[in-house]
Design a protein around this ligand. Structure first.
Ligand code: DHK
Length: 148
C-alpha cells in the first residue's frame, strides 16, 4: 500500500511556540510522532512533510497522484487563499482529508471560508493534535474500503 501523505503548510513548523492558546503546546515533531505511532497501530505507512511555500505544497500534491494512497492536509493560511491548492486537490483521484488544529468556524470571519473544504472528502477541525489522528483513522478506513 502506498503511504498516506500528511502535508502541513505555512507556520506549522512553529507549532508549540506560535499562539499556543490557539494551536496548543505540541510541536510539529510531537504531532508527527503521534501520527507515526498511530500509523503503526493501524498498519499503514505515512509520509509527513511541511513547507511554508505554496508551490512546494502544489508539487507534493502532484506527486501524490502516483505516490500516495491518500492525502491529509493542513494548508494553514493557504486554506483561506489558495486556488492553486484547490486546483491541485481537484487533480487528484486519491482521497484528500482537510485538517485544522483550531475550529476555523469559531474564529475570524476570513478563516471561516476554506478553498479546500468543497473539494476534499471531508474536514476535521478543532481537536488540536487529535484532528490529525482522527483524520488518520478516517483515512485508513477509506483506503481499506471498510464499510461502517
Ligand atoms: C492553521 C493556521 O496556520 C491558520 O492559518 C488556519 C489552521 C487554521 C489550524 O487551525 O490548524 O486559519
Amino acid at each position: 500500500m502506498k503511504p498516506i501523505l500528511v502535508l502541513n503548510g505555512p507556520n506549522l513548523n512553529l507549532l508549540g511556540k506560535r499562539q499556543p492558546e490557539i494551536y496548543g503546546s505540541a510541536t510539529l515533531d510531537d504531532v508527527n510522532e503521534a501520527i507515526a505511532r498511530l500509523a503503526g497501530e493501524l498498519n499503514v505507512s505515512v509520509d509527513c512533510r511541511q513547507s511554508n511555500h505554496e508551490g512546494q505544497l502544489v508539487d507534493w500534491l502532484h506527486e501524490a497522484r502516483e505516490g500516495a494512497s491518500a492525502v491529509i492536509i493542513n494548508a494553514g493560511a493557504y486554506t483561506h487563499t489558495s486556488i492553486a491548492l484547490r486546483d491541485a486537490v481537484l487533480a487528484l483521484s486519491v482521497p484528500v482529508i482537510e485538517v485544522h488544529l483550531s475550529n476555523i468556524y469559531a474564529r475570524d470571519e476570513f478563516r471561516k471560508h476554506s478553498y479546500l473544504s468543497g473539494v476534499v472528502h471531508g474536514t476535521i477541525a478543532g481537536f488540536g493534535v487529535q484532528s490529525y489522528l482522527l483524520a488518520l483513522r478516517a483515512t485508513q478506513l477509506l483506503v481499506s474500503g471498510s464499510k461502517p
